[in-house]
Design a protein around this ligand. Sequence first.
Ligand SMILES: [Zn+2]
Length: 486
Amino acid sequence: MFAEIHIERGRIRAVLPNTEATVIRNETETWTVPGGHVLPGFVDNHAHIVGLGRRLTLLSLHDATSLEDCLDRIRTASTLGGWVQAMGWNQELWGVPTLPTTADLDRVRSDVPVMATRVDGHAMWCNSAALALAGISARESVLIDDDMTPVWSVVPKPTAEELEVMILAATEECARVGITEVHDMDVDVDWLEPMRLLAESGRLPVRVQSFVRAHNGQWRDWGLLPAGGEFLRICGVKLYADGALGSRGALLRHPYADAPDTYGLELLSIESIVQECRLALDAGWWSIAIHAIGDAAVRNVLDAYTVVRSWPDGGDVLLRIEHAQHVSPDDVLRMHDLHVFACVQPTHCLSDAPMAERRLGQERLADAYRWQSLISAGVRLGAGSDFPIEPPSPLAGIDAFVRRMPYGSSSTWCGDERISRLDAIRAFTSWAHATADMDHRRGTIAVGMDADLVILDRDILTCSDEELRDTCVLATFTAGKRRYPA
Ligand SMILES: [Zn+2]
């Protein structure tokens, strides 16, 4: 819509009609955008800020098209803290989708330790020098999920200055694509101090809701508790019920179609999830986010959440399932009944479609990457990108929700689960704010609401499908201040 919006101290004071432009007026400037359509600023409700910062500053293998391509880049890579640190490889893009080996890396780099994480972050490819430092004896295959822990514990941690550079690079990229708030997942205690300093000095261009690491009880070891602020709010804990589908770590109720002896990995039992939730509530946390991708993992989490809801103090805790990629029909209904948020990433569907067909087989695809069936059942949905796994653009996410057309394909995939444009926009705005209990402050353009706004070059509710893809962000305002263009 076109509008003239007046802002005072970061909040909307007036919304006046305008027929041809969007005008934003705060205490210091009047910003007129002819033809610019204003929407509430986008939320990415599941992402990794430092991960994107790493991607923008470390060696990226995201667009490598073969094993040799990866090795060429690693051969000449510079080191950070004495290691070659790379990320983003995806064997599915290599023509021959075979997992890489330790020997491959030793062939090009034996002088320094090398570690390279897979695009989904759930697998790590190391050379012998890295494995030796981590105390792992000779091993050819990549490390998956918990097996990566010994390597992570010896990879040099970035300094506070390096973290600040990463956080600024990532959040400025967010503002560029129209994001005004990020739900930052798996946050490490070391990241909070540079984040807080940026927030309190007014240099953080987007708001951050932090969900701290809880899978191994880290928040307790660190002594972290929930804490609130306008730009940085430490609001929840993050657990993992299973791994990812690509590395066959997602926990399925029936075996993998392309590996009939495997069900995936149960990273936490139902009892452990219940116990972790109890500890979190006792410490005052209001929000629990649990990664669950496979249908058995989703069921485990819902079994645990059923217990939480039965507690006298468990009625209004925010319970989230992150990804919720594969959900049995009866569990869709349970998600609604238990008031559990589905925090989904529409662009994952576009990247995963061919792989998901192999892993799950045709019959199970009806339960995969559900969107419309969740909404129809009354489940509350919020959306994100899981950057740096996918690019951070919410407009790409809205396009994925609406067209559901896998990358490199020109036809819709399992089209019954597409959703309307209005719902797609809500999933990235008001509904996403609801998943952090902030929808009373943000996500709609009205007097008294926070002035978190994005201005686009067209009306994405009425433009054609083709135009949707080419939409540009003209400006992003967080708390009434222009954050993009800077
Ligand atoms: Zn994630």
